[in-house]
Ligand binder design. Structure first.
Ligand code: ADP
Ligand code: MG
Length: 730
C-alpha cells in the first residue's frame, strides 16, 4: 500500500480551484458582521443606545432593563442576517477561543415555540467550565465558572459553512470571582494604566480625561498542504516537526522574502482577509516572510482590548479558512528546525482622548517633555520588570526561539536608536537645580523632526532587539506567534501603570518642596535614566558578547520556561499586580501553576509523539532498508565475489545499524525519564524535570540519529513527508 506521504504528494496535482476570493471592495463589507455602535444606533432605542455608549466609552454599568433592550436589539440584527444560535465567546487560558452554542429557540410555558434572547442571556452564562484550566482556583467538583458580557467589545457573527452564530464577547470568571481568562486581567490593567497615565498627562494638559493603550500586532505563520500535514503525526499533535533533516535548500537564498506569494496561498489569504474584514479586523499588510512557506499579516492598530480580540479571532478564522483550501496554517513558534520560527510583534503605545499618541515626539517644548516623560517611564518599567515581561512570553514553543540563536534573545533590553540615546545622555548629564538655558535647550530639541527621519525610515532599526522604539511606538518582538497577546499586554500595561504612579508621587514630592513643575519632572526623569540605562542596548542582540555584557550589567537571561515563570510569583510581582488591581495573589499563583502545567503537557506530548514515530514510522522503514542491504550483501557473498564488491554496502549497513540502535536505545531511556518526571513532586519541579531530564537530555539526541537515518534510508521506505516537501510543495 502506498504510504500517506506518497498519496499526499500525488494528490498535490489535484487541487481545488484556487479561487482568489471575490473582488468586493473592502469598504463594502468591512464590519458587516459586527454590532458596531453605528448598527446599535439603528436597532436600539435612544435610551438603550446611550447606556451602551456610556459603557463602551466610559466603562459604566448597564442595568438589567437596558440589557433586555440591548439584547433584543442585537437579536433582531442577528436574525435579519440569518443567525439562529448565539454563544458567549471567551478566551480561556488554554490559548484558544471557546464557544458554547445555544439556540434563540425556546418553548413557552404553554408549549409554543418562540425565539428569545433576553438580557440575562446576554449578561451571563454558565458554561460547564470544569475542563478549562483553573490552576486549582475552581475545584472541579463545583464546576461553576460563568462568562460575563464585556460590552467594550462588540458582538459579532461568526460564519462557519452556512451556519451563522452570534458571538457575545465575554470574560470568564470563577464562581468565587477570580478571573480565569486572558481578557479580564487585560481590561483591569487597561483601567489601571488609564488612571495613572491620565494623572501624569494632566501635568501637561488638563483636558486629557482618558488614556488607552494601542496595539498593532504582526502575525507570522507557516502554510503547508493539508495532506502532507496529515501524514506528519507530529505536526497534527504538537504543531511542530520533531524530526526532519534540513533540505538542501532552506532560506539561504533569501528568495522567499522577496518572491511573489504562491498562488494557492494567495487564494487562501484573500479568503481569510474577506472573512476578517466582515468581522471588522482591519488587516492592512500581507507578505512573505524569510523562511520558505512562511508569511505575515498585520492590521492597522486598535485599542489593545479590541486588537487582542481581533488577533484571537483571526487565528481562528485563518485555521478554518485554510482547511477550506486543503491547507493548514501553523501558528507554532518553531514548526521547522533550521529555519526561522514565527513571532508576533506587538506594537504598543498609549493614546489620549484628545488624540495624542503619547509615544510620538512632540512639536513644542511642552509636548516634547510629555513625550520624554512617557518614553523614559517605559524604559524604567521595562528595566524594573524585565523578568516579568520575559515570563509573559514564556512557553514551550517560544523556548525554541528565545535564547536559541534566533530572534530575539531571552535577555530583555530596550533599543531606542542613536538620536534618542544622545537625548537621554544629555538629560542625564544636565538638569541643574536652577533650570538653565542648556536644560531649556534639551526641551527645545526638535524631537518631532529628527526622530521620524532616523527611525521611521528603518535606517536606524535594530532587528535583534526584543523591545525596540520605532519612532512613535515600542515594538515588543519576543511574543510567540501562537500566544494570546493579552498576556504580554497585561504585563506591559500593569508595569507602566505602576511606574507612572511612582513617577507622579516623586514629582509631586519635589513640587511640594518648591520645585517648578518642569524642573521636578526633569529631575525625576534624570534619576530614572541613570537607574535604568543598563537596560538600553543598541548592539547585536544575538551575539555572545551581549550575553556576557548583559550578565555584567546584571540583566536576567533565563532561557527556559519553567524558570522564566518564577518571575510571576515573586514578592515584586505580587505587589505590582495587587497595587494595580490586576491579579490578587491567588490568581497569580493559579496562573503560574497553569503555565507550568501547559509547559509540562506540551513537552509530554512531544516526547510521546517522538517515541511513537520512532517505533511506528522511523524504525520500520529503516529496518526494511537494512534488510535489503543485508540480502544484497548475502547474495553477493553467495555468488563468491570479492569482499571489495560489497564494502560500500557494508559501510552503509553499519551506519544504519548504528543509528537504528541509538534511536531505539534513546527512546527507551527517554520513556524512563518521562516516567521519572511524572513522579516528581510539585508542578514546578516536574516542569523542570521535563525541561532538563526529558527534553534537554533526549530530544536533540534522538532527532540527530533520526535525521541521519533520513539521509541514509531509501526514500521509498521513508514514511514522513520530508522538509523539502512540506516547505516547497503546494
Ligand atoms: P513595520 O514595523 O514593518 O515598520 P509599521 O510601521 O507599519 O510596520 O507598523 C507595524 C504595526 O504597528 C502596524 O500594525 C501598525 O498599525 C502598528 N502601529 C503603528 N502606530 C501604532 C501605535 N501608535 N500604537 C500601536 N501600534 C501602532
Ligand atoms: Mg514591525
Amino acid at each position: 500500500m502506498q504510504s500517506l506521504r506518497f498519496k499526499a504528494i500525488d494528490n498535490l496535482r489535484v487541487q481545488p480551484d484556487a479561487q482568489a476570493g471575490d473582488s468586493t471592495k473592502i469598504t463594502a463589507i468591512f464590519g458587516e458582521n459586527v454590532f458596531t455602535l453605528k448598527t446599535a444606533r439603528e436597532y436600539l432605542s435612544d435610551e438603550a443606545y446611550k447606556s451602551l455608549v456610556a459603557s463602551v466609552k466610559g466603562g459604566k454599568r448597564i442595568d438589567r432593563s437596558m440589557a433586555n433592550q440591548i439584547s433584543s436589539g442585537i437579536r433582531q440584527w442577528a436574525e435579519a442576517k440569518g443567525v439562529t444560535h448565539y454563544t458567549h465567546w471567551f478566551q480561556p487560558l488554554t490559548g484558544t477561543t471557546a464557544e458554547k452554542h445555544d439556540s434563540f429557540f425556546t418553548l413557552k410555558g404553554d408549549g409554543t415555540a418562540i425565539e428569545e434572547f433576553d438580557g440575562a442571556a446576554l449578561i451571563q452564562q454558565e458554561p460547564d467550565a470544569s475542563s478549562f484550566p483553573s490552576g486549582g482556583l475552581r475545584a472541579t467538583f463545583e464546576a461553576r465558572g460563568y462568562t460575563a458580557w464585556d460590552p467594550s467589545s462588540p458582538a459579532f457573527i461568526l460564519e462557519t459553512g452556512s451556519g451563522k452564530t452570534l458571538c457575545i464577547p465575554t470574560i470568564f470568571v470563577s464562581y468565587t470571582g477570580e478571573l480565569l481568562d486572558y481578557k479580564g486581567p487585560l481590561l483591569k490593567s487597561l483601567e489601571s494604566l488609564n488612571k495613572n497615565a491620565v494623572e501624569v498627562c494632566n501635568y501637561f494638559d488638563k483636558n486629557v480625561t482618558r488614556v488607552t493603550a494601542t496595539l498593532g500586532w504582526e502575525q507570522e505563520y507557516f502554510v503547508v498542504d493539508e495532506a502532507l500535514f496529515n501524514a506528519r503525526p507530529d505536526l497534527v499533535l504538537s504543531g511542530r516537526t520533531v524530526f526532519g533533516h534540513s533540505p538542501a535548500k532552506g532560506q539561504q537564498l533569501e528568495d522567499h522574502y522577496f518572491g511573489s506569494i504562491p498562488e494557492r496561498v494567495y487564494a487562501f489569504m484573500r479568503d481569510f482577509e474577506t472573512e476578517s474584514y466582515k468581522l471588522g479586523i482591519p488587516l492592512r499588510t500581507r507578505h512573505n516572510e524569510v523562511a520558505p512557506a512562511q508569511f505575515e499579516c498585520a492590521p492597522i492598530f486598535e485599542e489593545v482590548s479590541i486588537a487582542v480580540d481581533h488577533n484571537s479571532l483571526l487565528m481562528d478564522v485563518m485555521d478554518r479558512v485554510a482547511r477550506r483550501h486543503n491547507l493548514r496554517v501553523l501558528m507554532h513558534e518553531k514548526p521547522f528546525a533550521g529555519i526561522n520560527g514565527s513571532g508576533k510583534h506587538n506594537n504598543w503605545s498609549m493614546a489620549t482622548d484628545t488624540g495624542v499618541n503619547l509615544l510620538a515626539p512632540g512639536k513644542t517644548p511642552k509636548t516634547n517633555l510629555m513625550f520624554l516623560t512617557f518614553f523614559v517611564n517605559v524604559i524604567r518599567a521595562v528595566d524594573v520588570y524585565a523578568d516579568l515581561l520575559r515570563a509573559s512570553i514564556a512557553s514551550a514553543g517560544n523556548d525554541h526561539r528565545l535564547g536559541a540563536n534566533e530572534a530575539p534573545p531571552a535577555i530583555i533590553s530596550v533599543f531606542v536608536g542613536k538620536y534618542l540615546s544622545e537625548v537621554l545622555d544629555a538629560v542625564e548629564k544636565r538638569v541643574t537645580d536652577k533650570f538653565d538655558e542648556q536644560d531649556e535647550a534639551i526641551l527645545k530639541l526638535d524631537l518631532h523632526k529628527s526622530i521620524p527621519e532616523l527611525l521611521l525610515d528603518n535606517t536606524d532599526r535594530n532587528r535583534t532587539s526584543p523591545f525596540a522604539f520605532t519612532g512613535n511606538k515600542f515594538e515588543f518582538r519576543a511574543v510567540g506567534s501562537s500566544a494570546n497577546c493579552a498576556n504580554a499586554m497585561t504585563v506591559l500595561n500593569s508595569i507602566m501603570a505602576e511606574t507612572l504612579s511612582r513617577f507622579k508621587k516623586e514629582v509631586d514630592a519635589l513640587i511640594e518642596k518648591g520645585d517648578k513643575k518642569e524642573i521636578a519632572i526633569m529631575h525625576v526623569l534624570q534619576q530614572y535614566i541613570s537607574e535604568s540605562k543598563k537596560v538600553l542596548f543598541e548592539g547585536d542582540g544575538y551575539s555572545e558578547a551581549w550575553a556576557q555584557e548583559a550578565e555584567r550589567r546584571g540583566l536576567p537571561n533565563v532561557k527556559t520556561t519553567p524558570l522564566a515563570l518564577d518571575a510571576m510569583v515573586t514578592k515584586k510581582a505580587k505587589e505590582l499586580f495587587e497595587s494595580t488591581g490586576v491579579y490578587n495573589h491567588a490568581e497569580l499563583e493559579a496562573r503560574h501553576e497553569i503555565e507550568l502545567e501547559k509547559y509540562i503537557k506540551k513537552v509530554q506530548i512531544e516526547g510521546r509523539i517522538m517515541g511513537e514515530l520512532c517505533t511506528s514510522h522511523i524504525l520500520p522503514g529503516a529496518i526494511k532498508y537494512q534488510n535489503i542491504l543485508i540480502n544484497n550483501i548475502k547474495g553477493l557473498k553467495d555468488i563468491g565475489v570479492d569482499k571489495s564488491a560489497y564494502a560500500n554496502q557494508l559501510q552503509i549497513l553499519e551506519k544504519i545499524s548504528l543509528h537504528i540502535n541509538k534511536v531505539s536505545d534513546l527512546v527507551e531511556q527517554m520513556i524512563e525519564a518521562r516516567k521519572k518526571a511524572n513522579n516528581t513532586q510539585g508542578t514546578r519541579a516536574m516542569a523542570i524535570a521535563y525541561c532538563d531530564e526529558v527534553k534537554g537530555k533526549y530530544f536533540d539526541d534522538i532527532r540527530y540519529h533520526v535525521d541521519k537515518l533520513e539521509l541514509l534510508v531509501d526514500d521509498a521506505s521513508w514514511y514522513l513527508p520530508k522538509y523539502r516537501e512540506l516547505l516547497f510543495l503546494r
